[in-house]
Design a protein around this ligand. Sequence first.
Ligand code: 4NP
Length: 150
Amino acid sequence: MVCLGNICRSPIADGLLLRKIKELKLDAVVDSAGTANYHVGKAPDFRMIQTAAKHGTRIDFLRARQFLKTDFANFDHILVMDQSNYRNVIKLAPNKLAEKKVDFFLDYLYPNQQLEVPDPYYGTQQDFEEVYHLVDKATDALIQKLFHEH
Ligand code: 4NP
């Protein structure tokens, strides 16, 4: 799960997936990262932590890290939140196989549309709430697609 800062969008995607994978007893490794290094080592944005907690999902234990070229070797799917993340991640891809691992996270919910999870960082509490619900639906769609359709 990749966004810009790894403190708002990708941590909620990470936290929701971790929770659902555990609840459903699925076997998968999930992690998140940011393309930028501004917030490395920090916990998620407090507004995202609070919104998540309100809906029963803990993300306070997550810590921001920067996306690394080695992530291409360690993960099967690299899911980006917006167009800018896509460009920045693709720039680091060592080969075509690695490039193919990169998808828009929202494509699980709205296939082939390359829609973006809006960045709530400069937004209101309502924007965080909307991101939570969008990511909640998209993680359900992702689990359906990756675990139940083959
Ligand atoms: P995120 O949100 O990419 O969803 O974690 C942002 C967090 C921090 C900044 C921008 C977006 N920033 O400019 O510091």
